[in-house]
Design a protein around this ligand. Structure first.
Ligand SMILES: NC(=O)c1ccc[n+]([C@@H]2O[C@H](COP(=O)([O-])OP(=O)(O)OC[C@H]3O[C@@H](n4cnc5c(N)ncnc54)[C@H](OP(=O)(O)O)[C@@H]3O)[C@@H](O)[C@H]2O)c1
Length: 236
């Protein structure tokens, strides 16, 4: 049995991580912003005794600190920074606030806060718990769009937030290596969630099952790398 802390656990990939890890008998700390929005997570919490749900907005650092105190001394094997925001989609919604020429700078800062800065805050806050764990893994859900080599143009707010997340976590991989804590960046693929949309090629259960297999193979030997869900290393 391993212990996993997962953010953005009420829907999409985060919910599916909770479901699959709980099915395999793991202890889960499921962080979500508003549990009343997710009958599914409430149902899982009732079904599995080893799921502990905690409400937190990951952009509220005082709230993260309070949970750090509440969960002090609990070993965490794997921290999964999954919560994320995409922002408006110019094609589907005709909303160009993350396109150059019509940029909404407040929105860009909000996206950077949730996608880039808050994952680092989560690591800082829960580092004592990760040190107590046996796997000592930090996993970040990033995106291929954050890659200079493979990312498409456009989506200024979302793409820069993921590129900066990658850079920040490479820094942490280097800093935390001396503690034997590994740090990883994973692109889950293009997945049918609220974010990925209905035309995405991957089903949520399929994508998460591949990412979980990948996580099983991650340790200090591949810390600081950016992996695709199928295990391929994505160039920066
Ligand atoms: N789906 C894809 O194709 C795809 C591709 C590449 C990368 N990713 C990455 O994978 C991760 C999960 O994506 P997804 O497709 O599951 O997205 P999703 O369906 O839109 O779900 C996003 C999750 O993040 C949570 N969240 C957003 N802002 C938050 C905040 N301030 N505090 C706490 N929770 C917050 C949401 O909670 P609420 O319900 O409260 O909003 C929700 O649980 C994201 O980091 C995303 O960038 C997804």
């Amino acid at each position: 049995m391993a212990t996993r802390l997962i953010t953005g656990a009420n829907r999409g990939l985060g919910y599916e991580f909770v479901r699959q890890y709980a099915e395999s008998g793991d202890q889960i700390y499921a962080f979500c912003r508003d549990l009343s929005n997710s009958k599914e997570l409430v149902h899982l919490e009732n079904k599995f005794k080893d799921i502990s749900v905690h409400e937190v907005d990951v952009s509220d650092f005082e709230a993260i600190n309070r949970l750090g105190v509440e969960l002090a001394e609990i070993p965490i094997d794997t921290l999964i920074n999954n919560a994320g925001v995409f922002g408006p989609k110019p094609s589907a919604e005709g909303d160009f606030r993350q396109s150059f020429g019509q940029l909404d700078y407040d929105l860009w800062q909000e996206i950077l806060l949730v996608n880039t800065i808050s994952p680092v805050k989560m690591v800082e806050c829960f580092l004592p718990n990760i040190k107590l764990g046996s796997k000592k893994q930090i996993i970040n859900m990033t995106s291929q769009i954050g890659s200079f080599a493979e990312g498409a143009q456009g989506l200024l707010a979302y793409s820069t937030s993921k590129t900066a997340l990658n850079r920040g976590m490479v820094n942490l991989a280097s800093i935390l290596a001396e503690e034997d804590i590994s740090v990883h960046l994973i692109n889950p693929g293009w997945v049918k969630t609220d974010m990925g949309g209905s035309t995405a090629p991957l089903e949520v259960d399929q994508a998460v099952s591949k990412v979980i297999s990948l996580i099983d193979s991650l340790d200090m030997s591949n810390t600081g790398l950016f992996h695709d869900y199928d295990g391929r290393v994505i160039p920066w």
